[in-house]
Write a protein of this length. Structure first.
Length: 319
């Protein structure tokens, strides 16, 4: 059965997607829209990849519950906190780009938003330190990662630093938050974080930088009006699209080269290459029209990127 345009807009609103104007005034739905559930998926997947790379996960009830808690931590709690605080400090920008968002539309008060930020942060930190306690960490690795990620989210969105106004730095901070941090969390639950894992995931995060550039295309008008130096504003939309795809390709191919160079990961490297090639093919639509095709490109190409992350995690866990 086909859905009506109104139902589609309501679904997009709850997920926190662009084009979500629906006239919805239900407070819990507005709170969920601020948390942008659609953005939780990469973080949840990052936990899965980290779990795979640890080599210590077993299909027991206890381990599965730990992973589920880590997913809730990375997704609804800390990503929800990140997205809410971003909307809070971007309310002037959203008034230009997306005036139907909960804050600029006046559907939710600033005090209600502040309360939501505090609750999500508190629950996130409590869950992180709880995970450390459950696995018996002598040092609260997950808790420290949660604190670091929360601080990064704050300085990304909030003045005076507001990292998102600095194209390269802000986009890499976002990429590392989406790839490295949840990966480290999943890995730390069942193994020990090593320099190899840390460096490789930080390297992989440059691919996340490329994805972050794609997210900037929808905000060019507002970014330019408020003087934010996003890459599409600095270099122009077409050039920024090339920067995005080349960054994604170069750093994924670098990970592929690492897997092949280690010898025993050769088969994983072949699978990873098989997932990179479709992404390169699908990038044509983004380069043709970055603004019109940004969502379509992400929907079609990003599944190959996230599957490639899992292949890399499994390769590291097998080693």
């Amino acid at each position: 059965m086909a859905t009506s345009p109104g139902e589609n807009r309501k679904a997009r609103q709850i997920l926190g997607m662009r084009g979500a104007e629906s006239g919805e005034r239900s407070l819990w739905k507005l709170r969920l829209q601020l948390m942008k559930p659609v953005t939780w998926i990469p973080l949840i997947w990052g936990v899965v990849c980290g779990t795979a790379s640890s080599g210590g996960f077993t299909w027991t009830v206890g381990h599965v519950l730990l992973v589920v808690l880590a997913m809730i931590l990375a997704g609804p709690l800390l990503t929800g906190y990140t997205q809410t605080i971003n909307d809070y400090y971007d309310r002037d920008l959203d008034a230009i780009n997306e005036p139907y968002r909960p804050i600029p539309s006046g559907a939710i008060t600033l005090n209600q938003v502040r309360a939501q930020i505090a609750i999500l942060l508190g629950l996130g930190l409590a869950t992180a330190f709880g995970l450390d306690w459950l696995v018996g960490h002598p040092f609260p690795t997950v808790g420290v990662l949660a604190i670091g990620g929360s601080l990064l989210a704050y300085i990304y969105s909030a003045p005076p630093l507001k990292l998102k106004q600095f194209g390269w730095i802000g986009n890499y901070a976002l990429g590392a938050s989406y790839i490295a941090l949840p990966w480290w969390c999943g890995h730390a639950l069942f193994g020990t974080l090593t320099p190899t894992i840390v460096i490789l995931t930080l390297f992989y995060s440059f691919a996340g930088l490329g994805i972050a550039v794609v997210n900037d295309f929808k905000s060019v008008e507002g970014d330019r009006a408020l003087g934010l130096q996003s890459l599409p504003v600095v270099f122009g939309i077409k050039q920024a699209a090339w920067i995005s795809v080349l960054t994604i390709d170069v750093f994924q191919l670098g990970v592929f080269g690492y897997l092949v160079a280690t010898g025993k990961f050769a088969w994983y490297g072949a699978v990873l290459l098989g997932l990179i090639l479709p992404q390169i093919f699908l990038q044509r639509q983004l380069l043709a029209d970055p603004v019109a095709n940004d969502v379509r490109y992400q929907a079609s190409a990003q599944p190959f990127l996230v599957l490639g992350m899992l292949v890399t995690g499994l390769a590291l866990g097998a080693g």
